[in-house]
Design a protein around this ligand. Sequence first.
Ligand code: GLN
Length: 477
Amino acid sequence: MKKAQSITEFVKEVKRGSISIVEHTEKIIEEAEKSNSQFHHFNLIAKKSALLQAKEIDAGIKTGQHKGKLLGVPISVKDCICVKDFESRAGSKILSGYLPLFDATVIAKAKKEGAIIIGKTAQDEFGFGTFSNNVGVDFEKPLNPLNPKRCCGGSSGGSAGFTSLTSLTHASIGQSTGGSIAAPASFCGVAGLTPTYGLVSRFGLIDYANSLDKIGTIGKTISDAALLLEVISGYDMNDSTSLKAEAQNLGNVKHLNDFRIGVVKEFFKGCEEKVQKECMNAINKLEEEGATVEEISLPLNAKYGIAAYYLASTTEASTNLARFCGMRYGLHDKLEGDFNEYFSKVRSQGFGIEAKRRILLGTFARMSGFRDAYYLKAMKVRTKLIKEFRQAFETVDVLVNPTMPIIAPTFGEIKKLSPLEQYAMDLCTVPANLAGLPHASVKVGEHKGMPVGLMITADHLQENKMVQAAKAVEELK
Ligand code: GLN
């Protein structure tokens, strides 16, 4: 990952007047445009509007009008999050031409603090994937900036890829249903933060699975990601699942004495040996710095997490995607035949293979006659998995495990995996997402020149502890 000035330092200098926001924005847009032909991190680069925003802010600073926490900071946004007047497609052809009439709450909040929205980042179609290889029809796969033969991870692949690639101050707003912030952060060697479910408003998010979706952040460092998370969190009356809470002063506590870390035994087992080693190395160092380390067992989550997640998520996804029928948003065709014929024609063209697979799987799981055996059973299992986490947090502050069982695979390696084998790669990330728990991924080492990420999970609304532990890891030498 290329290093850059931190957001805090950058904003300080901006306020002092020693950085021209217009110049900085021009530079990052140029970098994005140039790198995009090779790496495909962006589905849209918003040159005109970003420069316009930059000019307004520069002018405002001169007259003392602008004060925000993200003053002039370029922010990229995962394609599934609506930005007013930016084509927002969630990486799918079926949403071609859809221009939202409003900003998602997170975008409005970021803009209010002076952020400059530079574009929409590449992703697996609707978030359906772990490697950003399941991009929609006519989209390009984002490539890992550390090795373009390898994937960025998914589904927020473009967000993590560009955050790693750029040499300028920048952070990204991503989204996770079952690990889509942690996985690409791990594969690209950047920091990813996924908040407690409900802490960040989902208003303006193009849903994958409503009971699981969370908007979160990706930065070059935990501090950058945490600052952006503070800005976008908070109650929103437009989202009925929004919590009356906000993330503030994240990671304020500095020392690790009395900090209790639980090492999740089962999640280590399924990982490549070198990945395990790099993670254990970091954990041992945290222990040397004063943390208490103990082994924690989450047998139910390890055994049933993947199955419960893929039933719950595909069930919700199949109902969410029903609204894309070629009449309301995005892709249209010539109105011919009856509704079923028209609906099938547009959807056959507009959805990619993985989206179709998930519609079939989800529809099957909630069909009358099968609903009790699959969907409802998955919901009961989900409750048990949450209870298992609850118990673990009675004795530890955070849980740790490798974020991903492998380093970023090559596209050739991914091709050899069956869909089920691909789903199995989510072993460590899916449980915390099913339980709505906040989690971070931070780089702890390397294998074959590629980053290895450690995942840190905290109890509900304990973002502070998650950030504190992640910062301690980042500072290890
Ligand atoms: N890999 C998981 C899936 O395919 C998670 C993706 C996500 O968080 N959007 O569903």
